[in-house]
Design a binder for this molecule. Structure first.
Ligand SMILES: C[S@@+](CC[C@H](N)C(=O)[O-])C[C@H]1O[C@@H](n2cnc3c(N)ncnc32)[C@H](O)[C@@H]1O
Length: 283
């Protein structure tokens, strides 16, 4: 990941030094987020690999919706000469951060990425090979007609070979109040806090906190007030706006039942307490 070289000064140092580097006061929440949440290498492989399988060529243009710090756009552009990406987000601060820390370091290639303060519920004049809405960001649309309107805008912003890729999570564990901690290799703890779940309308309130070896935690670094959509609801809404060959891509397991990071279209799968999948629709 791009940020590691900039923000990880401990490559030769001990694990203790690595752990004491981070604190709530000194750490940038965007750096912590990128290191703990995003895996843009794997994501780009899925985006480009799926496009290539479906269309028989490599993708050249990406519209990254809800782009945040635009790390996905950066990875997309880095993986192919002549590739271009456009990122949309409503948050001026996060866009400026992404421009400075992720896009500008690309040097001459930075020109191939354009970040715009823009609502994703917009049809663009430029038509794209791929539109991606990652890390469940479209869950902010809580009403079906809002989701439909957004999907319509994406549909109209793709070229004739364009595809739309979304991710989705779920399972029985997604429907309970819980806190899950994970040690991040770089030396801090990521906390996923499912603070509320309403079974009537499937709304959820989630927070991300970060904990450090010493000192106070960074509480509620990010908060998400979402509707937990189900794959079938998303598939049906995509089909309704005209997307074709809409498929849910489920993660394959190896012979020991371990995750492989490889996702394939699936119709029937074994129930799981927690899962993460992709949904792909074709123009
Ligand atoms: C969960 S973050 C996703 C960041 C990044 N795409 C990722 O994969 O980790 C959601 C982002 O969506 C932005 N956002 C929320 N509503 C939006 C809208 N209607 N149009 C554009 N951006 C929006 C927020 O400002 C925030 O940066």
């Amino acid at each position: 990941m791009l940020m590691i070289s900039v923000f990880s000064p401990w490559s030769e140092s001990s694990n203790m030094a690595r752990k004491s580097y981070w604190s709530a006061k000194k750490s940038d929440p965007h750096v912590l987020y990128q290191l703990s949440v995003q895996n843009v290498e794997q994501e780009e492989e899925f985006l480009s690999g799926t496009f290539e399988k479906l269309r028989g060529r490599k993708p050249l243009t990406l519209r990254e919706d809800f782009c945040g710090t635009a790390l996905s756009s950066v990875q997309f552009v880095k993986m192919g000469e002549g590739r271009q990406a456009v990122g949309f987000d409503l948050d001026t601060e996060v866009l400026a951060w992404g421009q400075k820390h992720n896009v500008d370091p690309l040097g001459a290639d930075a020109d191939r990425i354009h970040l715009q303060e823009k609502n994703v519920v917009s049809v663009t004049r430029k038509k794209f090979d791929i539109c991606a809405a990652m890390n469940f960001s479209y869950f902010i649309f809580k009403k079906r007609n809002e989701l439909l309107k957004y999907f319509e805008c994406v549909y109209k912003s793709l070229n004739d070979e364009g595809i739309f890729v979304l991710d989705i999570y779920g399972g029985s564990e997604a429907q309970v109040v819980l806190e899950e901690k994970r040690e991040v290799d770089e030396g801090f703890t990521y906390v996923w806090d499912q603070a509320a779940y309403n079974p009537i309308d499937n709304s959820v309130l989630n927070h991300i906190h970060f904990e450090f070896a010493k000192g106070p935690k960074m509480s509620r670094a990010f908060t998400y007030d979402w509707r937990l959509w189900t794959p079938q609801e998303v598939v049906e809404t995509l089909a309704e706006v005209g997307f074709k060959n809409v498929e849910v891509y489920w993660e394959l397991e190896d012979e020991d039942g371990e995750e492989t990071g490889i996702y394939e279209p699936a119709k029937v799968v074994e129930n799981q307490e927690g899962w993460l999948a992709y949904i792909v629709g074709c123009r």
